[in-house]
Design a protein around this ligand. Sequence first.
Ligand code: NDP
Length: 330
Amino acid sequence: NREWHLVSRPVGRPEPEDFALVETEVPVPAEGQVLVRNRYLSVDPYMRGRMSAAKSYVAPFELGRVMQGGAVGEVVASKAEGFAPGDHVLHFFGWREYAVLDARHAVPVDADAAPLSTYLGVLGMTGLTAYAGLLRVAALREGDTVFVSGAAGAVGGQAGQIARLKGASRVVGSAGSDAKVRLLLDEYGFDAAFNYKDAPVAEQLRAAAPDGVDVYFDNVGGDHLEAAIGRLNRGGRIAVCGMISVYNATEPAPGPRNLARLIQTRGRIEGFLVGDHEDLRPRFAEEVGAWVRSGELKYRETVVEGVENTLDAFLGVLRGDNTGKMVVAV
Ligand code: NDP
Protein backbone atom coordinates (compact mmCIF):
# COMPACT_ATOMS: atom_id res chain seq x y z
CA ASN A 1 0.00 0.00 0.00
CA ARG A 2 1.21 3.46 -0.87
CA GLU A 3 -0.16 6.53 0.90
CA TRP A 4 0.55 10.24 0.98
CA HIS A 5 1.69 11.95 4.18
CA LEU A 6 1.96 15.64 4.93
CA VAL A 7 5.46 16.16 6.34
CA SER A 8 5.56 19.94 6.71
CA ARG A 9 2.99 22.70 6.50
CA PRO A 10 3.32 24.65 3.25
CA VAL A 11 3.71 28.41 3.41
CA GLY A 12 2.36 29.92 0.23
CA ARG A 13 2.41 27.49 -2.67
CA PRO A 14 2.77 23.85 -1.55
CA GLU A 15 6.01 22.23 -2.70
CA PRO A 16 6.79 18.53 -3.23
CA GLU A 17 9.10 18.60 -0.15
CA ASP A 18 6.03 19.16 2.03
CA PHE A 19 4.76 15.67 1.18
CA ALA A 20 5.95 12.06 1.15
CA LEU A 21 4.65 8.95 -0.57
CA VAL A 22 5.03 6.24 2.06
CA GLU A 23 4.93 2.46 1.61
CA THR A 24 2.97 0.59 4.31
CA GLU A 25 1.45 -2.85 4.89
CA VAL A 26 -2.03 -3.36 3.51
CA PRO A 27 -4.21 -2.90 6.62
CA VAL A 28 -6.42 -5.70 7.95
CA PRO A 29 -10.06 -4.96 8.78
CA ALA A 30 -11.28 -5.48 12.35
CA GLU A 31 -14.82 -6.38 13.36
CA GLY A 32 -17.26 -3.87 11.82
CA GLN A 33 -14.72 -2.71 9.22
CA VAL A 34 -14.15 -3.09 5.51
CA LEU A 35 -10.94 -3.08 3.47
CA VAL A 36 -11.31 -1.04 0.29
CA ARG A 37 -9.04 -0.98 -2.76
CA ASN A 38 -9.43 2.60 -3.88
CA ARG A 39 -10.07 3.19 -7.60
CA TYR A 40 -10.44 6.98 -7.78
CA LEU A 41 -9.09 9.60 -5.41
CA SER A 42 -10.45 13.11 -5.27
CA VAL A 43 -8.13 16.12 -5.12
CA ASP A 44 -9.86 19.36 -4.22
CA PRO A 45 -8.92 22.99 -3.62
CA TYR A 46 -10.20 22.91 -0.01
CA MET A 47 -7.40 20.45 0.85
CA ARG A 48 -5.00 23.37 0.71
CA GLY A 49 -6.74 24.71 3.82
CA ARG A 50 -6.26 21.44 5.69
CA MET A 51 -2.52 21.60 5.04
CA SER A 52 -2.32 24.72 7.23
CA ALA A 53 -2.57 24.63 11.00
CA ALA A 54 -5.24 27.34 11.13
CA LYS A 55 -8.54 26.36 12.68
CA SER A 56 -11.28 25.89 10.11
CA TYR A 57 -14.42 23.89 9.47
CA VAL A 58 -12.37 20.70 9.11
CA ALA A 59 -9.38 19.82 11.27
CA PRO A 60 -5.91 20.33 9.77
CA PHE A 61 -4.16 17.26 8.34
CA GLU A 62 -1.80 15.82 10.95
CA LEU A 63 1.91 15.97 10.19
CA GLY A 64 3.48 12.59 9.51
CA ARG A 65 0.09 10.97 8.98
CA VAL A 66 -1.80 9.93 5.87
CA MET A 67 -3.97 12.69 4.39
CA GLN A 68 -7.68 12.30 3.80
CA GLY A 69 -10.08 13.05 1.02
CA GLY A 70 -12.94 11.65 -0.98
CA ALA A 71 -12.39 8.32 -2.72
CA VAL A 72 -14.34 5.52 -4.36
CA GLY A 73 -13.19 1.94 -4.38
CA GLU A 74 -14.04 -1.69 -4.23
CA VAL A 75 -14.50 -3.68 -1.04
CA VAL A 76 -11.90 -6.48 -1.03
CA ALA A 77 -12.49 -7.82 2.49
CA SER A 78 -15.36 -7.25 4.87
CA LYS A 79 -15.97 -7.89 8.53
CA ALA A 80 -19.09 -5.75 8.47
CA GLU A 81 -22.66 -6.79 7.96
CA GLY A 82 -24.12 -5.58 4.68
CA PHE A 83 -20.79 -5.28 2.83
CA ALA A 84 -19.21 -7.97 0.67
CA PRO A 85 -16.16 -8.13 -1.58
CA GLY A 86 -16.99 -6.61 -4.95
CA ASP A 87 -19.21 -3.86 -3.48
CA HIS A 88 -18.33 -0.31 -4.45
CA VAL A 89 -18.25 2.42 -1.84
CA LEU A 90 -17.65 6.13 -1.49
CA HIS A 91 -15.73 7.20 1.60
CA PHE A 92 -13.33 9.77 2.96
CA PHE A 93 -10.06 7.83 3.18
CA GLY A 94 -8.36 8.95 0.00
CA TRP A 95 -4.69 9.77 -0.74
CA ARG A 96 -3.90 6.00 -0.46
CA GLU A 97 -4.33 2.76 -2.39
CA TYR A 98 -5.95 0.68 0.33
CA ALA A 99 -8.19 1.99 3.09
CA VAL A 100 -9.57 0.22 6.11
CA LEU A 101 -12.60 1.92 7.61
CA ASP A 102 -15.62 1.44 9.82
CA ALA A 103 -18.50 0.35 7.63
CA ARG A 104 -20.63 3.27 8.88
CA HIS A 105 -18.25 5.61 7.00
CA ALA A 106 -18.77 3.74 3.71
CA VAL A 107 -21.57 4.83 1.38
CA PRO A 108 -22.53 2.18 -1.20
CA VAL A 109 -22.50 3.39 -4.81
CA ASP A 110 -23.81 1.68 -7.93
CA ALA A 111 -20.99 1.03 -10.40
CA ASP A 112 -23.48 -0.02 -13.08
CA ALA A 113 -25.58 3.13 -12.84
CA ALA A 114 -22.73 5.58 -13.52
CA PRO A 115 -18.93 5.57 -13.91
CA LEU A 116 -17.30 5.32 -10.47
CA SER A 117 -15.42 8.62 -10.83
CA THR A 118 -18.68 10.56 -11.21
CA TYR A 119 -19.52 9.89 -7.55
CA LEU A 120 -16.66 12.28 -6.72
CA GLY A 121 -17.71 14.89 -9.25
CA VAL A 122 -20.86 15.52 -11.21
CA LEU A 123 -22.97 13.19 -9.02
CA GLY A 124 -20.94 13.79 -5.87
CA MET A 125 -19.56 16.51 -3.65
CA THR A 126 -18.76 19.10 -6.30
CA GLY A 127 -22.10 18.51 -8.02
CA LEU A 128 -24.09 19.01 -4.84
CA THR A 129 -22.04 22.15 -4.16
CA ALA A 130 -23.10 23.65 -7.48
CA TYR A 131 -26.72 22.62 -6.98
CA ALA A 132 -27.10 23.87 -3.40
CA GLY A 133 -25.08 27.03 -3.95
CA LEU A 134 -27.01 28.12 -6.98
CA LEU A 135 -30.55 27.04 -6.13
CA ARG A 136 -30.65 27.52 -2.38
CA VAL A 137 -27.93 29.99 -1.38
CA ALA A 138 -28.15 32.22 -4.45
CA ALA A 139 -31.88 31.47 -4.77
CA LEU A 140 -31.77 31.42 -8.58
CA ARG A 141 -34.92 32.71 -10.27
CA GLU A 142 -36.06 32.32 -13.84
CA GLY A 143 -34.82 35.17 -15.98
CA ASP A 144 -31.76 35.89 -13.84
CA THR A 145 -28.42 36.79 -15.37
CA VAL A 146 -25.87 34.52 -13.73
CA PHE A 147 -22.12 34.94 -13.60
CA VAL A 148 -19.92 31.99 -12.60
CA SER A 149 -16.18 32.14 -12.05
CA GLY A 150 -13.96 29.07 -12.23
CA ALA A 151 -16.53 28.10 -14.81
CA ALA A 152 -14.55 25.33 -16.51
CA GLY A 153 -13.88 23.64 -13.16
CA ALA A 154 -15.95 20.94 -11.51
CA VAL A 155 -18.28 23.14 -9.46
CA GLY A 156 -18.37 26.10 -11.85
CA GLY A 157 -19.14 24.15 -15.02
CA GLN A 158 -22.03 22.48 -13.31
CA ALA A 159 -23.35 25.67 -11.67
CA GLY A 160 -23.47 27.44 -15.02
CA GLN A 161 -25.31 24.58 -16.70
CA ILE A 162 -27.80 24.18 -13.88
CA ALA A 163 -28.51 27.91 -14.19
CA ARG A 164 -29.24 27.46 -17.90
CA LEU A 165 -31.43 24.39 -17.28
CA LYS A 166 -33.34 26.22 -14.55
CA GLY A 167 -34.27 29.16 -16.75
CA ALA A 168 -31.57 31.78 -16.30
CA SER A 169 -31.86 34.30 -19.12
CA ARG A 170 -28.11 34.74 -19.51
CA VAL A 171 -25.18 32.69 -18.19
CA VAL A 172 -21.71 34.19 -18.20
CA GLY A 173 -18.54 32.35 -17.24
CA SER A 174 -14.88 33.12 -16.72
CA ALA A 175 -11.96 30.72 -16.95
CA GLY A 176 -8.20 30.79 -17.33
CA SER A 177 -7.57 29.64 -20.90
CA ASP A 178 -9.02 30.11 -24.37
CA ALA A 179 -9.67 26.37 -24.67
CA LYS A 180 -11.74 26.51 -21.47
CA VAL A 181 -13.65 29.52 -22.78
CA ARG A 182 -14.47 27.58 -25.98
CA LEU A 183 -15.74 24.64 -23.90
CA LEU A 184 -18.08 26.95 -21.99
CA LEU A 185 -19.51 28.42 -25.18
CA ASP A 186 -19.53 25.37 -27.45
CA GLU A 187 -20.37 22.52 -25.09
CA TYR A 188 -21.77 23.84 -21.84
CA GLY A 189 -24.10 26.36 -23.47
CA PHE A 190 -22.91 29.52 -21.72
CA ASP A 191 -24.14 32.69 -23.45
CA ALA A 192 -20.86 34.52 -22.94
CA ALA A 193 -17.47 33.63 -21.53
CA PHE A 194 -14.07 35.25 -21.17
CA ASN A 195 -10.49 34.43 -20.25
CA TYR A 196 -9.79 36.37 -17.05
CA LYS A 197 -6.09 36.51 -17.95
CA ASP A 198 -6.76 38.58 -21.08
CA ALA A 199 -7.91 41.88 -19.54
CA PRO A 200 -9.30 43.18 -16.24
CA VAL A 201 -12.28 41.13 -15.06
CA ALA A 202 -14.42 44.23 -14.45
CA GLU A 203 -13.97 45.32 -18.05
CA GLN A 204 -14.69 41.89 -19.52
CA LEU A 205 -17.69 41.34 -17.28
CA ARG A 206 -19.19 44.68 -18.29
CA ALA A 207 -19.07 43.59 -21.93
CA ALA A 208 -20.36 40.08 -21.20
CA ALA A 209 -23.22 41.15 -18.92
CA PRO A 210 -24.37 44.53 -20.27
CA ASP A 211 -27.61 44.40 -18.23
CA GLY A 212 -25.83 43.55 -14.98
CA VAL A 213 -25.71 40.42 -12.85
CA ASP A 214 -28.48 39.02 -10.64
CA VAL A 215 -26.53 36.05 -9.31
CA TYR A 216 -22.79 35.66 -8.93
CA PHE A 217 -21.49 32.17 -8.05
CA ASP A 218 -18.02 32.88 -6.68
CA ASN A 219 -15.31 30.24 -6.86
CA VAL A 220 -12.42 32.65 -7.05
CA GLY A 221 -12.72 35.80 -4.90
CA GLY A 222 -10.36 38.76 -5.45
CA ASP A 223 -10.89 40.81 -8.62
CA HIS A 224 -13.73 38.55 -9.68
CA LEU A 225 -15.74 39.30 -6.56
CA GLU A 226 -15.16 43.02 -6.82
CA ALA A 227 -16.16 43.00 -10.48
CA ALA A 228 -19.36 41.09 -9.70
CA ILE A 229 -20.32 43.50 -6.92
CA GLY A 230 -19.71 46.29 -9.41
CA ARG A 231 -22.21 44.78 -11.86
CA LEU A 232 -24.77 43.60 -9.29
CA ASN A 233 -28.40 44.40 -10.07
CA ARG A 234 -30.98 45.40 -7.49
CA GLY A 235 -31.74 42.40 -5.28
CA GLY A 236 -28.66 40.58 -6.53
CA ARG A 237 -27.29 37.56 -4.67
CA ILE A 238 -23.70 36.42 -4.39
CA ALA A 239 -23.04 32.86 -3.22
CA VAL A 240 -19.48 32.58 -1.95
CA CYS A 241 -18.48 29.01 -2.66
CA GLY A 242 -14.70 29.38 -2.78
CA MET A 243 -11.90 31.90 -3.16
CA ILE A 244 -9.18 29.91 -4.87
CA SER A 245 -7.27 33.06 -5.83
CA VAL A 246 -6.24 33.51 -2.19
CA TYR A 247 -5.69 29.93 -0.97
CA ASN A 248 -1.91 30.24 -1.23
CA ALA A 249 -1.79 33.82 0.04
CA THR A 250 0.56 34.52 2.92
CA GLU A 251 -1.02 37.91 3.74
CA PRO A 252 -4.70 38.72 4.21
CA ALA A 253 -6.12 39.46 0.77
CA PRO A 254 -7.48 42.94 0.07
CA GLY A 255 -11.26 43.09 0.32
CA PRO A 256 -13.59 44.32 -2.42
CA ARG A 257 -13.43 48.12 -2.47
CA ASN A 258 -17.02 48.56 -3.56
CA LEU A 259 -19.06 46.91 -0.81
CA ALA A 260 -21.14 50.08 -0.51
CA ARG A 261 -22.89 48.96 -3.69
CA LEU A 262 -24.69 46.39 -1.55
CA ILE A 263 -26.70 49.24 -0.06
CA GLN A 264 -27.86 50.63 -3.39
CA THR A 265 -28.60 47.18 -4.73
CA ARG A 266 -29.95 45.69 -1.48
CA GLY A 267 -27.57 42.94 -2.48
CA ARG A 268 -26.70 39.90 -0.41
CA ILE A 269 -23.41 38.02 -0.10
CA GLU A 270 -23.54 34.65 1.61
CA GLY A 271 -20.91 32.00 2.11
CA PHE A 272 -21.88 28.35 2.34
CA LEU A 273 -20.56 24.85 2.88
CA VAL A 274 -21.87 21.90 0.93
CA GLY A 275 -21.98 19.81 4.11
CA ASP A 276 -24.84 21.92 5.44
CA HIS A 277 -27.03 21.02 2.48
CA GLU A 278 -27.14 17.23 2.69
CA ASP A 279 -30.94 17.42 2.85
CA LEU A 280 -30.91 18.40 -0.85
CA ARG A 281 -29.05 15.24 -1.87
CA PRO A 282 -32.08 13.13 -2.89
CA ARG A 283 -33.47 15.95 -5.07
CA PHE A 284 -29.99 16.62 -6.45
CA ALA A 285 -29.41 12.96 -7.28
CA GLU A 286 -32.73 12.66 -9.05
CA GLU A 287 -32.67 15.92 -10.99
CA VAL A 288 -28.98 16.07 -11.89
CA GLY A 289 -28.83 12.30 -12.51
CA ALA A 290 -31.59 12.70 -15.09
CA TRP A 291 -29.86 15.65 -16.80
CA VAL A 292 -26.59 13.73 -16.99
CA ARG A 293 -28.30 10.65 -18.44
CA SER A 294 -30.19 12.71 -21.02
CA GLY A 295 -27.04 14.60 -21.98
CA GLU A 296 -28.58 17.98 -21.13
CA LEU A 297 -25.86 18.50 -18.54
CA LYS A 298 -22.34 17.84 -19.78
CA TYR A 299 -19.33 17.18 -17.62
CA ARG A 300 -15.63 16.75 -18.08
CA GLU A 301 -13.09 14.99 -15.89
CA THR A 302 -9.34 15.28 -15.87
CA VAL A 303 -7.98 11.87 -14.91
CA VAL A 304 -4.42 11.51 -13.67
CA GLU A 305 -3.11 7.94 -13.52
CA GLY A 306 -1.29 6.45 -10.54
CA VAL A 307 -1.27 7.05 -6.80
CA GLU A 308 2.27 8.38 -7.16
CA ASN A 309 0.87 11.31 -9.17
CA THR A 310 -1.78 12.34 -6.63
CA LEU A 311 0.27 15.24 -5.34
CA ASP A 312 0.91 16.53 -8.82
CA ALA A 313 -2.81 16.24 -9.57
CA PHE A 314 -3.58 18.30 -6.47
CA LEU A 315 -1.01 20.95 -7.37
CA GLY A 316 -2.46 20.90 -10.88
CA VAL A 317 -5.90 21.91 -9.56
CA LEU A 318 -4.37 25.01 -7.98
CA ARG A 319 -2.56 25.77 -11.27
CA GLY A 320 -5.64 25.24 -13.44
CA ASP A 321 -4.39 22.09 -15.21
CA ASN A 322 -7.84 20.53 -14.91
CA THR A 323 -10.98 20.89 -16.96
CA GLY A 324 -13.90 19.61 -14.93
CA LYS A 325 -13.32 17.42 -11.90
CA MET A 326 -9.73 16.38 -11.24
CA VAL A 327 -9.49 12.74 -10.11
CA VAL A 328 -6.67 10.25 -9.74
CA ALA A 329 -7.16 6.71 -11.04
CA VAL A 330 -5.23 4.31 -8.79
P1 NDP B 1 -12.01 23.34 -9.94
O1 NDP B 1 -12.31 22.12 -10.72
O2 NDP B 1 -12.76 24.60 -10.27
O3 NDP B 1 -10.45 23.61 -10.00
C1 NDP B 1 -9.93 24.79 -9.54
C2 NDP B 1 -9.79 25.81 -10.69
O4 NDP B 1 -9.56 27.10 -10.14
C3 NDP B 1 -8.61 25.58 -11.59
O5 NDP B 1 -8.88 24.63 -12.58
C4 NDP B 1 -8.31 26.97 -12.14
O6 NDP B 1 -8.96 27.12 -13.39
C5 NDP B 1 -8.98 27.90 -11.14
N1 NDP B 1 -8.00 28.82 -10.52
C6 NDP B 1 -6.86 28.52 -9.88
N2 NDP B 1 -6.24 29.65 -9.45
C7 NDP B 1 -7.03 30.68 -9.84
C8 NDP B 1 -6.93 32.10 -9.71
N3 NDP B 1 -5.92 32.69 -9.08
N4 NDP B 1 -7.92 32.85 -10.25
C9 NDP B 1 -8.97 32.29 -10.90
N5 NDP B 1 -9.11 30.95 -11.05
C10 NDP B 1 -8.14 30.16 -10.53
O7 NDP B 1 -12.24 23.06 -8.40
P2 NDP B 1 -13.62 22.74 -7.69
O8 NDP B 1 -14.69 22.79 -8.67
O9 NDP B 1 -13.44 21.54 -6.89
O10 NDP B 1 -13.76 23.96 -6.68
C11 NDP B 1 -14.11 25.26 -7.17
C12 NDP B 1 -14.24 26.21 -5.98
O11 NDP B 1 -15.29 25.77 -5.14
C13 NDP B 1 -12.99 26.28 -5.11
O12 NDP B 1 -12.83 27.60 -4.67
C14 NDP B 1 -13.34 25.38 -3.96
O13 NDP B 1 -12.62 25.69 -2.80
C15 NDP B 1 -14.82 25.65 -3.81
N6 NDP B 1 -15.59 24.59 -3.17
C16 NDP B 1 -16.38 24.95 -2.11
C17 NDP B 1 -17.21 24.05 -1.49
C18 NDP B 1 -18.08 24.52 -0.38
O14 NDP B 1 -18.71 23.70 0.28
N7 NDP B 1 -18.16 25.82 -0.14
C19 NDP B 1 -17.21 22.64 -1.89
C20 NDP B 1 -16.38 22.36 -3.07
C21 NDP B 1 -15.59 23.31 -3.65
P3 NDP B 1 -8.54 28.30 -14.44
O15 NDP B 1 -7.75 27.63 -15.52
O16 NDP B 1 -9.86 28.80 -14.90
O17 NDP B 1 -7.74 29.31 -13.70
